[in-house]
Design a protein around this ligand. Structure first.
Ligand code: ADP
Ligand code: MG
Length: 883
């Protein structure tokens, strides 16, 4: 039997894959792309348009209606049958159209969040879409990345991978490139392989792709793929539940209408059956969940344009309810464009301009050598903290490339946000000795230093020295400068690639510090103020020094100028018992010097207070906090794949202001769903009530065609159009709705009830008026006219009520009355469809209506407009009472 990949040496593996350590050539890549296809995991395919169309008929009421229509056809009632067919088909077409629209929106999102990989091809490092990886590609890995395909590792440096996605084991596994002999090893023990969709938690590595797409180990576990992300939101479930309840209620009423109708009227059984089924079809809000989904999905598109990519639909909903935003400092509140401003060397502070230096300066050596950034043709690439250091050296006209060559790197210990240090071991020119260069947070570095380089003399680091240094650090930090400290030490361990922090980063010789400015983003201060007026509190969470954090927080007005009490450090957090933390959490807005594990604590404490918390994160270690938060916000530019994967939304510009824009969108979407619901459900209530009372009073009843038509025309168009209403001016002045609110909170439920009653009352009122003060004298005309007038009134009421619904509580008589073009057109279209039935004589018979005289139209107009006027008056009174 052929050997498995983990049994092959690096050389053998490359040979089997016909690849080399410098990667495949472009020609070879193209060949393999055609041969192996794209590196994606196939999920279920979407239903075709035709399937979707037929799915619309998988509804019991629709089927019954169609059967009834066929019976009606045979009984000779052509007009009802035609209208029923027409309405059912139109409904299905709209259904398909809406579904497709929602699906497109969601697919577009998926595309925007595609992942990329760093590969080596023909000797060059490049970034490609992970979907374009082919077997034989050389992939470069670093902490925070998600493994894009199955790999045989070629080189590793302190590599640790968390394979929970595959093995369920959440403790990261150490990996190395060494050959394994046993052929039957469990996946988790194949330490020289890395599997698709597992996470690099630490270190760096290179590997060659051995399997892609469905051939990978995850690809083989087909069941895992169909485990779709939770696609329905809590409130969507809420709505689905409610619409089921309403369906039952309406079915009961429809049955009552049928029985009483037969008992009280001379109308035929078939006719009564059609009427009651039409009522059920019209009034059952089966479209409700769809409207919610579409409105949410369309919201994601608007958010994407504003640079907030939604990964999970529920986030749209929770965004609007956000009460707390806990944001990282570096890169989100600030620009993450660092430049060195101050230098501290030989226990003296100087500015960059007055500091002259050369390649022999250990400070410069540490800055350049303990540094992972790279010089590429496009300029410097890497962590902005690190590129700033190289830039400093370049600005001093120093030959950075030569320095790196002379002190060639032997090994490194990567930066991590717990330890807050990064080190590199290098050769020393013309010597067999090696040296360690370390940079990082001052307090961490000082703890590990025992000596100091003072005016080219290495001497003991005294307590007095430490005090002087800490004072200087403070001085830098209070000017909002980010401080990095530097040290070096002789390195005497045998040269292995995996050196540990404990054994190497000790007995350091302190060299000095630099202070870097990281200017705040210009739009952030405004955004924080906007959040405040929207009742949202902004918190700053940072690994940075307390004073730097405080200085920037004060500039951004997260805390008041003299406020020191609003700041707490990770160390202080550790001292507090959890109960105490939860009690006091509201007093702090700035959390400095925190490690990622503190973030989880902080989120939980705020959640204990009943708050809905959004939290940003970028590193691998941020993933737990991102998942714990109600809304995990990942960083599109600086974020690791792991963090992005754990997020609900991703900021494609890393900008805090984008979160606020997304919150605003979330609020708009939520309010619009409420508007649609209020409109739709009060309309349905009005229809049910009218028919029910008509039946009970022994009056004439709307014909099936009329019921279905009103429902189709007035419900479908305006209800959807309300979903794309613009945000109301005060949307960011309201307090967050909180976690307990539903679509029916904030008076929506009571509005549905009274507005539904009003609709029914007005319609029946007009009907009664027409009967009591007949315009004609022939009794058959009196009844036909009255029913037509009631029909027209109900239609008009609903069209005008759509305008009421543009604002739940505010007046609609503003310049915003016609600001939604979709809405305007939908009202125009609905009006034409509604009134053509009466105004165009050719349609009169089909819809069982009569032409009306202008006096009768006047009554309809007054009856219909009263709704608009009364609802606006009620809103006015409510506003006055609230003050
Ligand atoms: P922030 O929340 O501001 O992004 P980080 O957790 O990234 O903070 O960094 C915390 C501290 O670690 C910084 O104040 C700095 O002293 C140090 N640090 C940051 N980046 C590096 C790096 N690449 N190498 C060494 N030290 C670093
Ligand atoms: Mg950072």
């Amino acid at each position: 039997m052929a050997k498995k990949y983990h049994q092959l040496t690096v050389k053998e593996a490359l040979a089997v894959l016909a690849s080399t350590s410098s990667g495949l050539t472009p020609i070879e890549v193209n060949k393999r792309l055609t041969k192996f296809g794209s590196n994606t995991l196939n999920t279920q395919k979407n239903a075709s348009l035709l399937e979707k169309f037929f799915n619309q008929f998988k509804n019991l009421m629709i089927i019954i209606l169609l059967i009834a229509a066929i019976i009606a056809l045979f009984a000779g009632d052509l007009s009802d049958a035609i209208i029923i067919f027409l309405v059912v088909i139109l409904n299905a077409v709209f259904g398909v159209f809406q579904e497709a629209k929602a699906e497109n929106a969601i697919n577009a999102l998926k595309k925007m969040t595609t992942t990329t990989s760093r590969v080596k091809r023909a000797g060059k490092i490049m970034i490609i879409k992970s979907a374009d990886l082919v077997p034989g590609d050389i992939v470069l890995l670093e902490a925070g990345e998600i493994i894009p395909a199955d790999l045989r590792l070629l080189k590793t440096n302190n590599l640790k991978i968390e394979e929970a996605a595959l093995t369920g084991e959440s403790v990261p596994v150490e990996k190395s490139a060494a050959v394994l002999t046993a052929s039957e090893l469990p996946l988790g023990d194949r330490h020289n392989l890395a599997y698709m969709n597992t996470n690099v938690t630490y270190g760096t590595a290179e590997g060659v792709v051995i399997a892609i797409g469905m051939q990978t180990e995850v690809g083989k576990i087909a069941t895992m793929l169909n485990k779709a992300e939770s696609a329905t939101t809590p409130l969507q479930k809420n709505i689905t539940h409610l619409s089921k309840l309403l369906s039952i209620l309406i079915l009961v009423i429809a049955a009552l209408v049928f029985i009483i109708g037969i008992a009280l009227h001379r109308s035929s059984v078939l006719n009564m059956l059609l009427t009651s089924i039409s009522l059920a079809v019209a009034a059952i809000p089966e479209g409700l969940p769809a409207i919610v989904t579409i409105t949410l999905a369309l919201g994601t598109q608007v958010m994407a344009k504003k640079k907030a990519l939604i990964r999970k639909l529920p986030a749209v909903e929770s965004l609007g309810a956000t009460q707390i935003i806990a944001s990282d400092k570096t890169g989100t509140l600030t620009q993450n464009k660092m430049s060195v401003e101050k230098i501290y060397r030989n226990l003296k502070l100087s500015t960059v301009a007055t500091y002259s230096t050369n390649l022999n300066d250990p400070l410069v050596q540490a800055m350049v050598l303990a540094n992972d950034s790279q010089q590429t043709e496009q300029g410097l690439s890497g962590d902005p903290t690190e590129t700033a250091l190289i830039q400093f050296a370049l600005d001093q006209n120093l030959n950075v490339a030569k320095l790196k060559q002379d002190f060639s790197r032997q090994a490194s210990i990567p930066f991590d946000s717990e330890r807050k240090l990064m080190s590199a071991v290098t050769n020393i020119p013309n010597s067999t000795k090696k040296q360690l260069f370390t940079k990082g947070a001052l307090d961490e570095l000082l703890q590990r230093s025992s000596k100091i380089l003072d005016n080219n003399q290495v001497r003991e680091l005294t307590i007095a020295d430490k005090k002087t240094i800490l004072a200087a650090n403070r001085q830098l930090a209070t000017q909002a400068l980010r401080v990095l400290a530097f040290a070096y030490a002789p390195f005497n361990q045998p040269a292995t690639t995996d050196i540990s922090s404990q054994s190497a980063e000790r007995d350091l010789i302190f060299i000095g510090m630099v202070g870097m400015i990281d200017p705040q983003r210009p739009e952030v201060k405004q955004a924080i103020a906007e959040a405040k007026s929207a009742g949202i509190r902004t918190l700053m969470i940072t690994g940075d020094h307390r004073d730097t954090a405080t200085a920037i927080a004060q500039r951004l007005e997260i805390i008041q100028p003299a406020d020191q009490a609003g700041v707490i450090t990770g160390h202080e957090l550790d001292q507090l018992p959890t109960a105490e933390l939860e009690k006091q959490i509201e007093q702090w807005s700035v959390y400095a010097r925190v490690a990622p594990e503190h973030k989880v604590k902080i989120v939980k404490a705020w959640q204990k207070k009943g708050k809905i918390v959004a939290m940003t994160g970028d590193g691998v270690n941020d993933a737990p906090a991102l998942k714990t938060a109600d809304i995990g916000v990942g960083m599109g530019i600086t974020g690791t794949e792991v963090a992005k994967n754990a997020s609900d939304i991703i900021l494609s510009d890393d900008n805090f202001a984008t979160i606020i824009a997304a919150v605003r969108e979330g609020r708009r979407v939520f309010a619009n769903i409420q508007k649609s619901l209020q409109y739709l459900l009060s309309a349905n209530l009005g229809e049910v009530l009218t028919l029910f009372l008509m039946t009970m009073l022994g009056w004439d009843i709307f014909a099936p065609a009329q019921i279905l038509w009103i429902n189709l025309v007035t419900d479908t168009f305006p209800a959807i159009a309300l979903g794309v209403e613009k945000a109301e001016a005060d949307i960011m002045k309201r307090t967050p709705r909180g976690s307990k609110a539903t679509f029916f909170s904030d008076g929506v439920m009571s509005s549905i009830l009274y507005q539904g009653l009003l609709e029914g009352g007005l319609t029946l009122g007009v009907y009664w008026l027409a009967l009591t003060f007949p315009f004609h004298h022939s009794s058959s005309l009196i009844h036909a006219d009255a029913l037509t007038m009631a029909f027209a009134t109900l239609g008009l009421i609903q069209l005008l009520h759509a305008f009421n619904s543009k604002s739940l509580h505010g007046t609609i008589f503003t310049s915003k009355l016609f600001n939604n073009r979709t809405f305007n057109w939908s009202i125009i279209l609905a009006s034409v469809l509604m009134f053509a039935t009466i105004l165009i004589p050719a349609f009169n018979d089909t819809f069982k209506v009569t032409g009306l005289a202008w006096q009768q139209w006047l009554v309809v107009l007054i009856g219909g407009s009263l709704m608009l006027v009364i609802v606006e008056l009620v809103k006015l009174i409510q506003r006055i009472l609230k003050k």
